[in-house]
Design a protein around this ligand. Structure first.
Ligand code: LMR
Length: 331
């Protein structure tokens, strides 16, 4: 009997240190393909996090909704079933942070630089503060460029939107600007869009070239308008309890990995989308359309009421901040 107790005690002594050394696992779930700015960013974070922590952390990346779809992944983060996500900021209302939807206002960012400056400055910081009370920590913003719009007919004037069923990703601001143009928007998980377009459940969608290419949306949409009417960005977020509970040195190494992965992702986003657009064009499976200045103005005028409406949705504070930072009128 004593002999057995000794054997068990020795075995425990041998295995305990090994257990204590087992890596901290970060499950990083997202909904896009690996071959996109976000997909590449997640893999870069994995590489650097494992390197900087000398293997104390293992990052498991689950792309393409392979672990969770849009809504589920937000719930999973709150429950602690995953530790890290990078959802589009258009999907933050279920987190209790609908202020993020202000970023979806049409033609808000003049260009890539304006967008980048806003997110690095007070606008990005203010929004991350909103997450704190929800038990979520915002680590970084990742860029994915501007949205195009598509259908099986050219979308050139607001009249072309009449009665069009458009898939949107979650933002009520997007819902509003498509309604203002005469369309009928519908929220749908990203993983379901291809089939919904193919079977006619919806007629239309908006997204960036990298998503059109990797999800093959361009194969089931005859006409794409390179409208670049709104911006798509992600916030990389973690469960605060998990993040704050990490050993301080590991958290510091992970933050550095995130900062470096962010620089990388934001440096490739523009080119990735340009290359994706060129590939879509080369495929010959769809026709690309570009708005004339007059057409663009007509879209902007049709969607302008969204700005007034937005105040009731996202509040005046974020709109005032954006207006000050970007030097634009938000009402
Ligand atoms: C979408 O649902 O259209 C996008 O948010 C997907 C993504 O993460 O880029």
């Amino acid at each position: 009997m004593w002999k057995w107790i000794l054997v068990v005690a020795v075995a425990a002594a041998i295995t305990t240190p090994a257990t204590a050394q087992s890596p901290i696992v970060i499950k990083f779930s997202h909904v896009v393909a690996n071959d996109t700015p976000k997909g590449k960013g997640a893999l870069k974070f994995k590489e650097l996090a494992e390197k900087y922590t000398s293997g104390k952390v293992r990052v498991e990346v689950y792309p393409n909704s392979s672990l969770y779809k849009d809504k589920e992944e937000i719930e999973a983060l709150q429950l602690g079933s995953v530790q890290m996500l990078a959802p589009s900021t258009a999907k933050f209302a279920p987190l209790g942070a609908k202020e993020f939807e202000a970023l979806d206002l049409p033609w808000l960012f003049k260009d890539d630089d304006t967008y980048a400056k806003a997110m690095k400055g007070p606008v990005g910081k203010w929004l991350f503060q909103k997450l704190e009370a929800k038990g979520i920590t915002g680590l970084a913003y990742w860029d994915n460029g501007f949205h195009m719009t598509s259908a099986n007919r050219p979308l050139l004037t607001p009249a072309d939107f009449q009665g069009l069923k458009v898939r949107i990703s979650g933002s009520k601001i997007a819902d509003r600007y498509f309604r203002d143009a005469g369309a009928i928007p519908q929220i749908m998980a990203f993983s379901e869009v291809y089939q919904a377009l193919q079977t006619g459940v919806v007629d239309s969608c908006e997204n960036t070239p990298s998503n059109y290419l990797t999800q093959k949306f361009y194969e089931v949409q005859k006409d794409i308008t390179v409208s670049y009417h709104a911006h798509l960005q992600y916030a990389v977020i973690v469960n605060s309890k998990f993040w704050d509970g990490l050993p301080a040195d590991v958290r510091g190494q992970l933050q550095k990995a995130m900062d470096d992965a962010t620089d990388y992702t934001n440096s490739i986003a523009k080119k990735e989308n340009e290359d994706a657009l060129a590939e879509i064009k080369k495929s010959g499976k769809t026709t690309l359309h570009y708005l004339t200045p007059e057409q663009k103005t007509a879209w902007q005028e049709a969607m302008r009421p969204t700005y007034k409406w937005a105040k009731g949705r996202v509040g005046g504070e974020i709109l005032d901040l954006i207006s000050k930072e970007l030097n634009v009128k938000t009402n």
